[in-house]
Every structure is written in structure tokens, then in C-alpha cells.
Design a protein around this ligand. Structure first.
Ligand code: RP5
Length: 164
């Protein structure tokens, strides 16, 4: 992430990866304040055995795109948005010119970034792919049982019970 101030949002990715027992590094590397460290980190990532990079940054948010430009690894961007921000980080990340791809998540979408990383890693790890499938099955079941209950009770009673 570009700053330790991004950690509250980016920790959601670390938590999710922990749930799946996927080891990860959590680092602060700024495209503007530590550009050399950023290039070094991204350029050396593949050699050190990393498989996917999740890069979160706010403001001008050059970190995800610049990271992608220094590595052939898939890079997933998390545009950080605070209440005093506009959508600048999102636009900065989504508008990469053709040639260097960047998988841009929704603003503050760190959890989905980690899920996408799990999907990518699952392509070459059957055990991880199986855990991911159970995760999706659990989600499916919870939506299905919500709908079953909704059909049984009708929307008014359901709303009253679920939202007081
Ligand atoms: C970006 O600037 C960081 O990713 C962060 O979202 C934003 C603000 O950084 P701080 O001033 O809080 O360190 O580079």
C-alpha cells in the first residue's frame, strides 16, 4: 500500500488471505515518496516467489500502475477512497493505457482483491481451489436460505424481523 494510512482498508485483504491460509507480505511502498523502493520491490517480486501483487493507494494512486509496469506478475489495484476524496484513485487505476494490464477493484475493495488473488492462485493449487469453492458454496447457501425464508414469510414480516 502507498501509506500506512491505507492499512485499515488493506488489512481486509490480509484477513481474507489468512482465512485461506495464503501467506502474504504486507508492505508500505510509495510510488511518490519512495519511488526507488517501489521499483525494486515490484521488479524483484517474481524472483522472490511472489505470485500476485495487490496494490492499494489513494489520491493520485500511481502505485498500482507503476508496480504493474515493473513486473509480469498479475497486479490487482485497490483504489482507496476516503470521505474527503473524489474518485481520482479509481480513475487513475482504471485508465491504464493498453499494454500494461491492471485488475482494478471497486473503491476500497480490498476483500475482493484478495478473492481474485485466491482465484488466480487456485489455478495451480487444487487445495486452495477447493477451499474457494466451499467459500462460494457457503455464500450461495446463505442467499438461497434468505430467499426461502422471504418466500415463506412475505417481505413485510421478513423486513421487520431482519431490520427491526
Ligand atoms: C497515497 O496517498 C496513499 O496510498 C494514501 O492513500 C494517500 C495519503 O497518504 P498519507 O498522506 O496518509 O500518508 O499515496
Amino acid at each position: 500500500m502507498g501509506s500506512d494510512s491505507d492499512l485499515d482498508i488493506m488489512s481486509e485483504a490480509a484477513k481474507l488471505l489468512e482465512e485461506f491460509n495464503v501467506p502474504c507480505e504486507v508492505r508500505v511502498v510509495s510510488a511518490h515518496r519512495t519511488p526507488d523502493a517501489m521499483s525494486e520491490y515490484a521488479a524483484g517480486a517474481q524472483k522472490r516467489g511472489l505470485k500476485v501483487i495487490i496494490a492499494g493507494a489513494g489520491g493520485s494512486a500511481h502505485l498500482p500502475g507503476m508496480t504493474a509496469s515493473h513486473t509480469p506478475l498479475p497486479v490487482i489495484a485497490v483504489p482507496i477512497r476516503r470521505s474527503h476524496h473524489g474518485h481520482e484513485a479509481f480513475w487513475s487505476n482504471i485508465k491504464m493505457p493498453p499494454g500494461i494490464p491492471l485488475a482494478t477493484m471497486p473503491e476500497n475493495g480490498a476483500r475482493n482483491a484478495a478473492l481474485l488473488a485466491v482465484e488466480i492462485l487456485g489455478l495451480s493449487d487444487q487445495k486452495l481451489a477447493a477451499s474457494y469453492e466451499s467459500y462460494r458454496a457457503k455464500q450461495r447457501d446463505s442467499v438461497t436460505s434468505a430467499d426461502t425464508k422471504l418466500q415463506e414469510q412475505g417481505w413485510e414480516k421478513y423486513l421487520e424481523e431482519t431490520h427491526g
